[in-house]
Unconditional design. Structure first.
Length: 254
């Protein structure tokens, strides 16, 4: 969206990005490249919004203040601190580390300026749009799908360091909502992040036990996934070792 807005001469005064602190290393490198382009084309820098506290603080250390939350925690017998793993119903990570920050900043700007907020939702996700006199969705207006938008970026040299060639989506690397296949790729392509994920889950289990707060995925801890993936790797190696070479197969044919 940003690239096309610049190419079409549309006015841009600020570009907002919410940093959860748990983005892929390649994503931070991508932001640096975008900022260099933005500086060159419009003399602007990215405005990167970060919460006052880290992902891990919200996950493990944020004190519970509502009495209803305290009562529930006491009933479950778990810590009165931290939110545990995000879930489909409680996506505190997106709220605390992204949307709240951006919405708060936009709301403050509305008090001082007459603004138009351009939001990068693609045409095939139009159901996510929230009509408002201040909000516009250029990709939806132009009929550009997510796949087309990605191709436009590739054509202009922005490839996220190959992230989208590996993963279906490139949100936080630690997201428990991603598919098991994506987690298998994380272990393979980003082993250092996989090691951090193992430690995060170990800490979550120690603090919250096998309650919803300490559950990474239904039926799976990260340690159990490690065992599964390692077993799959061993089985694959064994399969390859047992396959006859081309030379052996040709001899058998004779």
């Amino acid at each position: 969206m940003l690239l096309l807005m610049i190419e079409r001469g549309m006015p841009i005064d600020m570009v907002l990005v919410g940093d959860t602190g748990m983005e892929f290393p390649e994503m931070y490198e991508h932001w640096d490249r975008v900022e260099q382009y933005l500086l060159r084309e419009r003399g602007l820098k990215l405005t990167i919004l970060r919460a006052a506290h880290s992902f891990e603080w919200f996950m493990f250390d944020q004190p519970k203040e509502k009495q209803s939350s305290i009562d529930l925690r006491n009933k479950l017998g778990v810590s009165l601190y931290g939110n545990g793993w995000p879930s489909m119903k409680v996506r505190w990570c997106t709220g605390q580390l992204k949307t709240h920050l951006i919405n708060r900043t936009v709301s403050q700007l509305k008090k001082e300026y007459e603004i138009i907020h351009y939001i990068g939702i693609a045409a095939d996700e139009a159901g996510r749009c929230k009509p408002d006199k201040h909000n516009r969705y250029p990709l939806v207006e132009w009929g550009i799908t997510e796949a087309q938008a990605l191709q436009i970026c590739y054509e202009r040299g922005f490839d996220w360091g190959g992230l989208y060639e590996i993963y279906h989506r490139c949100s936080c690397w630690c997201c428990p909502l991603q598919r098991i296949g994506e987690l298998r790729k994380l272990r393979c392509h980003h082993p250092q992040l996989w090691a951090k994920l193992l430690k995060l889950d170990e800490r979550a289990l120690g603090q919250f036990g096998r309650t919803p707060l300490g559950r990474f995925k239904d039926g799976w801890t990260v340690a159990a996934l490690e065992e599964r993936f390692a077993a799959e790797d061993r089985a694959l190696c064994l399969f390859h070792d047992q396959q006859p070479s081309k030379k052996c197969r040709s001899r058998r044919k004779r």
